[in-house]
Every structure is written in structure tokens, then in C-alpha cells.
Design a binder for this molecule. Structure first.
Ligand SMILES: NC(=O)c1ccc[n+]([C@@H]2O[C@H](COP(=O)([O-])OP(=O)(O)OC[C@H]3O[C@@H](n4cnc5c(N)ncnc54)[C@H](OP(=O)(O)O)[C@@H]3O)[C@@H](O)[C@H]2O)c1
Length: 256
């Protein structure tokens, strides 16, 4: 059992990571930019931190062995947050930092991906023992993309683009296993069990909501779409996720 700080523990992934770590018997502290909720927290502690000013970070890391870094969401904050964690983590002699990244961050021309790749590199060069797990899109992000495709009366799906959505709970499980093990460097990627075109995912989504709508594959120019068409966001050799997008929808994903 170790003492683990989960950054972004309020988020979609982070809250599952907190739960999984608790289930595995770890001591958990959740780091958030917000104050603790008014209702009592009984099984983990809460640390309010500011990654920009670094306020609260040194205190949050007292007694912590491992950081699971799930905070993020914008290109601008990624470098700042990683830098703050690395400097406080070194001072606190943290033994392990586990970072969640995305399949294709080194290949797809997207600002957020560039920021995540730079954060990976600063972790690797930091001197702190590390583990990096790259995964594909979580089901809920795939759903948001698909909803965007289906918004107009004729669903327009960029031609040749596929996704490999994975269940966030399965990513959280893998992260909690990694947090309880020795630092392992770049571990095998984790992708969802199926690679499906956007048009296919849109069809599944429409069917799950009982709607019908023509789906038209749309040729879209640009380097990002070219990279996606080339499969740079996919990990076919690591289609190790279990829950399919259809199963996620059947479990109520589209109405969540
Ligand atoms: N969504 C996906 O499909 C996917 C796929 C692969 C990897 N990932 C990675 O998984 C991590 C978590 O994703 P998620 O979908 O769970 O995100 P999320 O639900 O948006 O949660 C992220 C949490 O991070 C904190 N946060 C948000 N913006 C931040 C910023 N600019 N600077 C510092 N902290 C910030 C927030 O917590 P507080 O406000 O409480 O601090 C938020 O609750 C991210 O690093 C993401 O890149 C996501």
C-alpha cells in the first residue's frame, strides 16, 4: 500500500482512479484547483492546489510516494502543471509519477497533443521515476465527437477517419495497477477493443437513440485528418479494452 496523490481527481478519469486506488487499499489524496466539497469526505483526503502559483502543492505532497497525474484538458496548462508537479515532486522525494497521455501525441498535429508530448518529454528528463500510459479516446469523448457529426439533418462524417474508443473505467484500472507497481517507463498503450469509422460509430449512436438520418462520408482536407486517416491515433496491436462503444451506449452512455 502506498500514499498516492491523484491530480484531476475530480475529472472523468480521475474520479475512477481515486475509487480504484481506494479499492486496492492505497491511501489517496485528491488534488484539485477547487476547495473541498461541503459534504464530508471519509475515505480520502483533499488538497487544494494552484498549478500556476504552485500554492498548496508542497503541502499536498507531504508523505506522498506516488503521483497519478490526470489533471489537464487544455494545451496551455499542460506544461505548467507538469513543471509544477515535477519541481514539488522532486522536493518531496516522490518515488513515482504516473502520467496519462494519448495515443498519437507524437504524430498528430494538434496543439493539445503537442503539449502532452512536451509534458511527456519533461517528465522523462526530470529525474523522477516515471510511468507513461497512452490510451485512445474514452467512450464519452468519442460520443461527443459522434454527436457533433450527427447534429445536422444529414450527418457528415470525415471520410476514412476511425476511432478506437475505450472505457474510462478500464483506463483507471490500468492506471491504478501501474501506480501500485514500480516505475515502468513507457508501458504498452491501451486502446479500445474495436476500431470503427466515424460513420459506423454515428450509425450505432443514431440506432441507440432510435433516430434515422443519412450519413454521408465527407472528404476533409488538412494534416490532422490525414494523420487520423493514416491511423496515427489508433493502436491496433493494443486493442486490449473490453467494453465496446455499442456496449457503452447500451449501458446508457448516450443519456448520461
Ligand atoms: N478524454 C479522453 O478521451 C482522454 C484520452 C486519453 C487521455 N486523456 C487524458 O486523461 C486526462 C484526464 O482526462 P479527463 O477526460 O478525465 O479530463 P476532465 O474530466 O476534463 O478532468 C480533468 C481534471 O483536470 C483538472 N483540470 C482541467 N483543466 C485543467 C488545466 N487547464 N490545468 C490543470 N488542471 C486542469 C480539473 O480538476 P480540478 O478543476 O478539480 O483541478 C478536471 O476535473 C487528461 O490528461 C487527458 O489528456 C483523456
Amino acid at each position: 500500500m502506498s500514499s498516492v496523490l491523484v491530480t484531476g481527481g475530480t475529472g472523468n478519469l480521475g474520479r475512477h482512479v481515486v475509487r480504484q486506488l481506494l479499492d486496492r487499499g492505497h491511501q489517496v489524496r485528491l488534488a484539485s484547483r477547487s476547495a473541498a466539497p461541503v459534504e464530508a469526505i471519509t475515505d480520502y483526503s483533499w488538497a487544494r492546489v494552484d498549478y500556476r502559483s504552485r500554492a498548496g502543492l508542497d503541502a499536498a505532497l507531504i508523505g506522498v510516494d506516488t503521483i497519478v497525474h490526470c489533471a489537464g484538458g487544455s494545451a496551455r496548462g499542460e506544461a505548467e502543471t507538469m513543471a509544477a508537479l515535477l519541481s514539488s515532486g522532486r522536493r518531496a522525494r516522490v518515488k513515482h509519477l504516473v502520467y496519462i497521455s494519448i495515443v498519437g501525441v507524437d504524430r498528430l498535429p494538434l496543439g493539445y497533443y503537442r503539449a502532452k508530448y512536451a509534458a511527456e518529454r519533461s517528465l522523462i528528463g526530470s529525474g523522477l521515476p516515471w510511468t507513461i500510459l497512452r490510451t485512445t479516446q474514452f467512450h464519452d469523448l468519442a460520443l461527443a465527437i459522434v454527436k457533433g457529426v450527427c447534429r445536422s439533418p444529414v450527418a457528415l462524417a470525415p471520410r476514412g477517419v476511425s476511432l478506437q474508443p475505450v472505457a474510462v473505467e478500464e483506463v483507471a484500472l490500468r492506471l491504478s495497477e501501474l501506480a501500485g507497481a514500480d516505475p515502468a517507463g513507457r508501458v504498452p498503450e491501451l486502446g479500445g477493443p474495436e476500431i470503427r469509422t466515424l460513420a459506423d460509430l454515428a450509425r450505432l449512436y443514431l440506432r441507440s437513440t432510435g433516430r434515422r438520418r443519412p450519413i454521408v462520408p465527407l472528404p476533409v482536407p488538412g494534416r490532422l485528418i490525414k494523420g487520423l486517416r493514416a491511423g496515427h491515433g489508433l493502436t491496433p496491436d493494443h486493442a486490449d479494452g473490453v467494453q465496446t462503444f455499442a456496449e457503452y451506449l447500451a449501458a446508457g452512455g448516450a443519456t448520461a
